[in-house]
Design a protein around this ligand. Structure first.
Ligand SMILES: *[C@@H]1O[C@H](CO)[C@@H](O)[C@H](O)[C@H]1NC(C)=O
Ligand SMILES: *[C@@H]1O[C@H](CO)[C@@H](O)[C@H](O)[C@H]1NC(C)=O
Ligand SMILES: *[C@@H]1O[C@H](CO)[C@@H](O)[C@H](O)[C@H]1NC(C)=O
Ligand SMILES: *[C@@H]1O[C@H](CO)[C@@H](O)[C@H](O)[C@H]1NC(C)=O
Length: 643
């Protein structure tokens, strides 16, 4: 009996330990979380970044499931084969591949330069640069840094290894829990693992570990990217040595041009291309801009933009025209050639063919949503698997830039903030009640509030989540909301409601009043700092105004600030039914209803509720018996993975 029990315990415990081997990443598109420029090439090479698109600063390729570390079993062993090539004319020396084991909430929410990429908070990272290997533990400053080299067993000497030569290099990272020793070993790919490691360092990994960690690769830089960075294979094991990669199964690298052959190949290529361009150019030009209009689409023809126009408007979707990257895709700025009207073009990916009709019908109905505080959707365009939404252009960009900037020039006055708050409230009321059907926004936050040239606030990105409801493929990801704005009940039920929008609006009120993000990291302790708790604590002490944005230096109407902050707390009530409706919110703001005092019930439950809510939000586990996992993207959106 005891034996059986022990056996079951063993089975159970080993089931919690993660082990995987990717000999190439072919077919792994759903087995990795990719964002930014990360992609899997057709032959199975994982490309972390790519020099041809240089504006975006951050990419991730992460194993999508959490890695559980038990307190007294923190050992792990991993090996991967990577390649980086340095292109000519580059000064981007501090760009590189980051291998990380990290808790996501603190580390992957912002596009920030390499030096500040590693938020000093629950992270272990090995950073591979041109000639150096750095190790970071909960710190921006590497705890160790060595030049790339490997040990030749026969000769007994070290040989220098340049990491960005374009040739594949294998790295082994082994951490032993009892010795508290992490070993990093390098060798050119194909060379057996050297008997001596490059670096062996005492670390106390338990200072970095939370129960759920995520592992994978990241890339970011403050320079224009001039690297191509690839991972060919990756093996991970928490229970013993990482399984060897199988060289015969690993994909080969995309051709990297070498100088000497380059000239010859270049000459031949130019000739061939010249001949082909002349003959094929005309055909491909025609094909590229061919508009495919299906019979059912005729009724939407007036709303459809020509692909050619959008292409010209955005200069061929050039990265210099990129305005931002949101939960649904990239947004480009453009000037329509025929009318010189400025627009914002959102490129959303859409793979399932059958859904396209519903998709277009939905867009058509969204286009009819019209309110002075909503960003107007002008129309759409589709081309192969891609869908483009065309919006009016908002000259002053998103509100978060103004709220969170330390630049005094961008600071907003109180009357303007109040006007923005009222505008967004009335837009949400319109979505909830002012139309023939209830439209949920699902992603209310400062970065989705846009400002036009006259600093009028308009809510963007509405209704998009609904498009994805038509797409029933459970493997596709769709946005559930953004960490910090997701109501506690939504992280449990996954069912968005108007009251969940009210919750997010409450967080938005606090952002505007306090000039802070919902979750920050405390400078001194490195701990998470929850805006709602901070305001709540101030309120409980009877000095709610202490929570107001210090950048305003008290230059506001105290009554109004108090109203905004208290209303924020009320909207953030842990119990959905206690939150006001948007209609009531608008009335509180215009003074036609008096704000009730927060009840004592709120008092008792709020903290534990908030905490539980956050925690659940970021490891969305088991709903309806089917497991789902939450993982954050670089834009801080929570993507849901169905299983
Ligand atoms: C090789 O490098 C390792 C680690 O940097 C160092 O400890 C060792 O002394 C070197 N060995 C030789 C023979 O240079
Ligand atoms: C790391 O290397 C040291 C020798 O430098 C060795 O004693 C130790 O066992 C190695 N640990 C792991 C986990 O490979
Ligand atoms: C490692 O860190 C943990 C948590 O900070 C601490 O409890 C433990 O004593 C440390 N171990 C050693 C050997 O320093
Ligand atoms: C907003 O945009 C307009 C037009 O582009 C510009 O003149 C104005 O200075 C901007 N306002 C702020 C605060 O940046």
């Amino acid at each position: 009996m005891i034996l059986i029990f022990l056996f079951m315990l063993l089975v159970h415990s080993s089931a919690n330990e993660t082990k995987f081997v990717y000999n190439g990443f072919q077919g792994s598109i759903n087995k990795l979380h990719l964002d930014g420029l990360a992609s899997i090439l057709p032959n199975g090479v994982l490309q972390i970044t790519n020099s041809s698109q240089s504006l975006q600063h951050i990419s991730h390729a992460f194993y999508p499931h959490p890695i559980f570390f038990k307190p007294n079993h923190l050992s792990f062993s991993t090996t991967f084969v990577f390649a980086m090539n340095r292109l000519a004319r580059t000064k981007a020396r501090d760009s590189g591949i980051i291998f990380a084991i990290a808790s996501l909430i603190a580390n992957f929410n912002k596009a920030i330069p390499l030096t500040s990429c590693l938020s000093p908070h629950h992270i272990f990272a090995v950073v591979l640069q041109a000639s150096k290997v750095n190790i970071n533990l909960n710190s921006l400053v590497p705890i160790d840094s060595v030049l790339g080299a490997y040990y030749l067993d026969k000769e007994g000497v070290n040989k220098t290894l340049v990491l960005n030569s374009g040739k594949p290099v294998q790295i082994w990272i082994d951490y032993n829990d009892t010795e508290l020793l992490v070993n990093v070993t390098l060798a050119p790919f194909g060379h057996p693992k050297p008997s001596r490691c490059l670096l062996s360092r005492h670390i106390n990994f338990s200072t970095a570990v939370l129960q759920n960690m995520y592992t994978g690769f990241s890339y970011c830089t403050n320079h224009v990217s001039s690297n191509n960075q690839y991972i060919l294979g990756w093996s991970w094991n928490q229970n013993g040595k990482a399984e060897d990669l199988d060289p015969s199964k690993l994909p080969s690298l995309p051709r990297i041009r070498h100088k000497r052959h380059g000239i010859l190949i270049g000459l031949i290529a130019v000739l061939v291309v010249l001949i082909m361009v002349v003959s094929a150019g005309w055909i491909s030009w025609k094909k590229k801009f061919q508009e495919l209009l299906e019979p059912w689409e005729k009724e939407y023809a007036s709303q459809r933009f020509l692909y050619r126009d959008l292409y010209v408007a955005t200069k061929g979707f050039r990265s210099s025209e990129l305005l931002g990257v949101g939960g649904f895709g990239k947004v480009y700025k453009g000037v329509l050639p025929s009318t010189n009207v400025e627009v914002a073009v959102k490129r959303v990916s859409h793979n399932s063919k059958q859904g396209i009709r519903e998709f277009v019908a939905e867009i058509s109905s969204m286009r009819r949503l019209s309110h002075r505080n909503l960003v107007q959707l002008l129309g759409y365009c589709r081309k192969e698997g891609k869908l483009f939404l065309v919006y009016e252009h908002m000259a002053n960009g998103s509100l978060d830039k103004f709220l969170f900037s330390q630049d005094k020039k961008l600071s907003l006055t109180w009357p303007l903030r109040l006007k923005i708050v009222e505008g967004v409230a009335s837009a949400l009321l319109y979505l909830h009640e002012g139309w023939e059907q209830v439209v949920l926004h699902r992603d209310v936050k400062a970065s989705n509030v846009l400002l036009d040239a006259k600093m009028n606030a308009k809510l963007g990105d509405f209704g998009l989540a609904r498009l994805y409801d038509h797409n029933n493929d459970p493997r596709t990801t769709h946005v559930v909301g953004t960490i910090g704005y997701i109501a506690p009940e939504v992280s449990r039920t996954q069912k968005p409601t108007t009251k969940a929008d009210v919750y997010a609006f409450g967080m938005f009120l606090l952002e505007v009043g306090c000039g802070r993000r919902p979750i920050g990291i405390q400078r001194e302790t490195g701990e998470e700092d929850f805006l709602s708790d901070r305001v709540y604590d101030c309120w409980k002490r009877g000095e709610i105004l202490k929570a107001s944005d210090p950048k305003m230096k008290g230059d506001y109407q105290e009554k109004e600030m108090e109203l905004v902050l208290k209303l924020g707390l009320l909207c953030l009530h842990p119990k959905a039914k206690e939150r006001p409706t948007m209609r009531q919110v608008v009335q509180f703001l215009d003074g036609s209803l008096t704000l009730p005092d927060l009840t004592s019930e709120y008092d008792i439950e709020s903290h534990s509720w908030f905490w539980e809510g956050w925690r659940k939000t970021y490891s969305l586990t088991t709903s309806n018996g089917a497991e789902t996992y939450g993982i954050m993207s670089s834009t801080n959106s929570v993507l849901q993975y169905g299983r």
